[in-house]
Design a protein around this ligand. Sequence first.
Ligand code: HEM
Length: 296
Amino acid sequence: MPTPQPGIFAEGNRYLHALEYSTAGTPRPDLIAAAVNAAHAELTEAVFAFGPELTAALMRDIMPTGFSDFQPIDGPKAHAPATQRDLLVWLHGPSRDHVMDAVLAVNGALTQGMALELDLPGFVYHDSRDLTGFVDGSANPKDDAGKREAALVPDREPGAGGAIVFSQMWLHDLDTFNRQDVGDQERVIGRTKADSIELEGDAQPPDSHVSRTDLKIDSVAQKMYRRSFPHGNASAHGLYFLAFACEQTRFDNVLKSMYGLGEDGMSDHLLDFSTPVTGSYWFAPSEEDLIRALSA
Ligand code: HEM
């Protein structure tokens, strides 16, 4: 299999940054190539991922099956907006200064041809917790093989070694969430707060976040590899949801289940406490395909 972009799987960096761009005018692969080189010259990890339109323009021959724009979702309880953009650059590193160097280098290379739409610094909060205080990532695949299987387009398919990416910036209503006692908070998520132990049997509500997202469709677990990170300040804060999967339908299926559009019509209780303000699908090609597409 071609080599996946290493930044997808590198774990442990405490400072992160998402840059989302729209194409302004004709796509300039030379400038994106310069941004890739600029990022690689810094001591940070970088993942470059493309929206469907830019993927079709730069690498049509490896467009993954079913890869298309994120569409808005209208559920009985809540709405998820679509803000489909063209280029995601995800940077993460061991210190804020390293990540800032990479942000400036990448953005400097992209000033012509791309319009910066989202410029979001983030961080690891305590022991990888979301700002609600719950550990995020507990049910991620544990070993390398499991992570690759969940995240990468398989061999012999268009885009093999690449990953479908979903990003969604969420804003939390922490005042309302924190007014609940810890037991109620745990029933929203479906895990214990201190130790992230999954609630079992009758203790696990059908509308908890875990119940809505731990899905099997035609006996296939809808596994994904989540790399979300907290963002924000005193007045506005939440989660930048970021995840990698071998096929786009996994995200569609899990989102339907969260938004009350699954067979049981039940919505995720988490939607009472957090609201997405962006949503895009991306394709992060393998290293080889990235270099080839940008030098063509
Ligand atoms: C405000 C936004 C969100 C927050 C705060 C959040 C937080 C969490 C937490 C705390 C867990 C339990 C621990 C873990 O396994 O990581 C979890 C699990 C999970 N979340 Fe989210 N999440 C959010 C949005 C989403 C979205 C948009 C998706 C999918 C598109 C998603 C997919 C999943 C999956 C697949 C699991 C694992 C379920 C399992 O197999 O047990 N989450 N999330």
